[in-house]
Design a protein around this ligand. Structure first.
Ligand SMILES: *Cc1c(COP(=O)(O)O)cnc(C)c1O
Ligand SMILES: [Zn+2]
Length: 402
């Protein structure tokens, strides 16, 4: 089913599905033949990402990886006014470890097993680390996670519960990604990093789910936060395959959002540049999207241009406000990186890029629950006496918002 890899940029093909980068320097993706695919080929007997096994380079499985994908698509009408369009939320926080990374880890770990690897690895101190470790645990494959030396203890604890081999790496953490691309261990370790071809395969399934939900139409726009560009590349690939199969006619426009504090892709888009230049980042609450030198940045830019979308950046205040609106107006707990999407939509409707009557899907990539409960309690709860319960509640029902 998977015949090799191909470069999206220059079209060079390689016979090996294990190739990571093209000779031109850009990332390759795995060639999958989508001809003949339609919604009747979705496998009803499988769960999650494995429903689309016909378009994946690995065989389905019934362990925790079957819990990856098939997340709810919420029509969040109460957010329409804030968003300025017909808003839908694809809630990726409901994956087994709370982020969309599980889709890619499911496929990555599955392929590592099919390739006979002893070990799967990843370079991450956040969602990807947790996700890869969990998917490996669920299939009994050993996992090594390379984290930075000064990782916050709370985050390390979340990863450590799955008991991967944890290595704190001293030195330039930014160089680790490249180091793992050119690693030559014997036997080989399957590194499933942010934009690794196997991860992209798994992560493209969110685009398939969205188009299946809107079939025979497609949403007008899909809005994603972007960091490495792996997720954006994956969504673009999924859409291209559906288009090649003749399952969809028009592609949804892809909009990418970054925190202004670290926005190499949005900056390149604004400047009309062909390629993404690394930036010198500032701190951002959206820590999951703070890659200043995105390995698939050029490909993310190409995805935006190919689909007629845009890349925008949003302020720290706009991110925090959107995160709060998602909780108070839609009951959704998302991490700041994911809240950038709603902030981005507000910017895009203001600019007239998105129209009031358009169906816009924001992909909320990760749950907010991992970070909550550790800091100060901002609640304004007051204390009442048990004997006053009825009086207090009577006052509240007669004046609900008081
Ligand atoms: C990894 C991550 C992203 C960014 O995805 P990329 O593929 O690196 O662009 C966005 N949101 C969350 C919650 C993530 O964990
Ligand atoms: Zn190339």
């Amino acid at each position: 089913m998977a015949s090799g890899t191909v470069c999206y940029a220059c079209g060079t093909t390689y016979p090996s599905t294990e190739r990571l980068r093209c000779d031109c320097g850009e990332p390759v993706w795995i060639e999958v033949d989508p001809s003949g695919f339609d919604w009747s080929a979705v496998r009803d007997g499988e769960q999650g990402v494995w429903r689309y096994a016909d378009l994946l380079p690995v065989e389905p499985s019934t362990d925790v990886s079957a819990g990856a994908g098939d997340t709810p698509l919420i029509r969040a009408e109460r957010l329409d006014e804030y968003a300025g369009c017909r808003l839908h939320v694809k809630d990726e926080g409901l994956n087994p470890t709370g982020s969309f990374k599980d889709r890619g880890s499911a496929v990555g770990v599955g392929a590592a097993i099919e390739r006979g690897r002893e070990l799967v690895g990843t370079v991450s101190h956040g969602n990807m680390a947790m996700s890869t470790a969990a998917m490996a645990a669920g299939r009994g494959l050993d996992c090594v996670v390379l984290v930075p030396e000064r990782i916050p203890p709370g985050r390390l604890e979340l990863i450590a519960q799955y008991e991967p081999t944890l290595l704190k790496v001293a030195g330039d953490y930014g160089r680790l990604y490249d180091e793992t691309v050119s690693l030559d261990t014997e036997p080989a370790i399957e590194f499933v990093n942010s934009d690794a071809p196997l991860r992209v395969e798994g992560q493209k399934t969110v685009a398939l789910e969205l188009c299946e939900a809107f079939a025979p139409d497609v949403p007008d726009a899909i809005v994603l936060p972007v960091s490495s560009g792996g997720h954006a590349s994956a969504v673009w690939k999924g859409l291209r395959e559906l288009s090649a199969a003749g399952v969809v006619d028009d592609l949804p426009r892809l909009y990418l959002v970054q925190a202004a504090a670290c926005d190499p892709v949005a900056r390149a888009y604004r400047e009309g540049a062909e390629t993404v230049t690394p930036v010198d980042p500032d701190e951002t609450v959206a820590f999951s999207i703070s890659n200043a030198s995105p390995p698939s940045g050029n490909r993310a830019l190409a995805a935006v241009r190919d689909t007629g979308g845009a890349a925008v950046s949003v302020s720290e205040a706009a991110i925090t406000e959107a995160q709060s609106i998602l909780a108070t107006e839609a009951g959704l707990c998302v991490e700041p990186a994911s809240a950038t999407t709603l902030a981005g939509v507000r910017t895009l409707t203001d600019e007239g890029e998105l129209a009031a009557d358009e169906d816009v899907v924001v992909v909320t990539t990760g749950t907010g629950f991992k970070e909550l409960g550790t800091g100060s309690e901002p609640s304004d709860a007051r204390t009442i006496d048990l004997g006053d319960l009825e009086t207090e509640l009577s006052a509240i029902v007669s004046n609900p918002s008081g």
